[in-house]
Ligand binder design. Sequence first.
Ligand code: NDP
Ligand code: BG6
Length: 543
Amino acid sequence: MSEGIILEEAPDIHEQFQVTPPALMVIFGASGDLANRKLLPAIYRLTQQRLMPPNYIILGYARSPLSDDDMRQRARTSMLANPEVEFQNADWEAFASRLFYVSGDYDDAEGFQRLSERITTLEEQWNIGGNRLFYLSTPPSVYEPIVTCLGVAGLVEPAGRQSWTRIVIEKPFGSDLHSAHKLNDHVLSVFDEEQVYRIDHYLGKETVQNVLVFRFANGIFEPIWNRNYVDNVQITVAESIGVEGRGGYYEKSGALRDMMQNHLLQLVSLTAMEPPIAFDAKAVRDQKVNLLQAIRPLLPEEVPEYVVRAQYSAGTAATRPVPAYLDENGVASDSTTETYVAWRLEIDNWRWQGVPFYLRTGKALPRKASEISVTFRRAPHLLFDSTEGFESSVSQIDGGVRSTTQGLRMNGDSLSRNVLTMRIQPDEGITLKTLAKRPGPSVNLTPVNLEFTYGHSFGEPPDAYQRLLLDVVLGDSTLFTRRDEVELAWQRITQVLDGWRMQEELTANGRKPFRLPHYPAGTWGPSEADFLLEKEGQHWVTE
Ligand code: NDP
Ligand code: BG6
């Protein structure tokens, strides 16, 4: 845990990945934001790091009438504007020569015919063999037609016995259990599950993968990673930005679908799952599925007790003014879409019975922060009788804290607990809060942190899309979600949506009025979310 970690000589990463096979990547929606801001830069950086083979190419497909050169120009502009890209003319020229474009509709057989012909020509020219990767980087409304057209155009079957065809599907994968199930049925009527890579970019973050390494490569944590030692687990994924021009999309999504269904439930799975027998796709995903199954289902009438939703009003977040959600473009003036959600969930298994998991995510919060905090139980008997920050009337910090107010008692409780925080971003790292004696003649306890920071030990971690795209080409689906996994996550989310719908119906009938809580941009959400914890003597750790 200390900064002074001595690293053993790492194997040369380039040698390790010499095996990256040749491939042709088709990006549907290549004219769009994700393609230009994330996917192309990720492949550019992989190329700079010599992790891509010499014979790979990228073929963009979208409705916009662009030429190959137009696509290159757009990619260039976007890369120059990207602070994470180290733009080098020679690297760019080599990369740009691999970019091609076909224009067509997403449900147009003729367009897909042109695409198929171009694929054949380019594969021959670049001696690629038949490995093909299709990336759906379009709005979800056209996922189904694209899959259908790929099937009709004969582009699904691998082109040769030694080659493969894979499809990457962006989030959101459905909007509730029913639509996710239907989309899965459709995709799997054309592709086999082994060909399908459902992406959740959080799984590509180095710090998220490190949750498993931290838990299962270090012998000291697993024995205490359970209800006997853990008091509660908190997962916060906070953003300081508002919806920033994505109002149209967000209106139909909201924080529950946009973040909780995928990123936060993935973080819960990795934090709480049982050890897999191997670090491979089946073993890891089997354990994640077991964990999702153990999340206690909610009845519609129970939802208000465990889940808080809210929407931001105008304010200032991270020094920037943020307009009220209702004033964002594409948002209905009477919208009740939630931009914040907090959820207290329980996991019904031997390891976690009775341990609350508090999750929250929101836009327009004070700062960007994704953190997992595991708070351990207090020491059973404390020998020391003073703690910094306590008023003099508080002389003891174990079970029978003598304090005058609830606030003080909670402060004392939390001061006396060890908290392990895994910071996913920013300032990636791990902190263990412990108590130490402040130097001096009396025994004065004060919290101190044992720190590990990625930047200090390893430098800046790479972008998640780099790792995930490389994994698809290498055929490793460990960091992608399987059909049963995505549907289970939707099942739990749909129960919350059902509860909210019931709440709204009762309101419409005038039987039980519900008013959506609001929070000013730049604050940590509504008081209702604080109360969710306070009623159990807890408070949010991240602030
Ligand atoms: P865009 O809105 O930029 O759409 C991508 C392309 O799809 C557009 O350039 C456009 O191309 C086409 N398109 C747009 N709207 C429609 C429509 N209504 N019907 C048919 N085609 C349309 O999306 P993003 O690039 O932002 O996102 C792509 C996918 O990735 C989405 O599913 C999104 O949820 C997901 N995603 C995006 C992230 C991001 O950071 N942007 C992050 C995580 C996931 P043309 O008109 O040329 O056909
Ligand atoms: C996306 C959501 O999946 O994740 C966005 O659609 C959100 O609304 C983004 O802003 C957050 O990702 P990151 O990597 O910036 O935490």
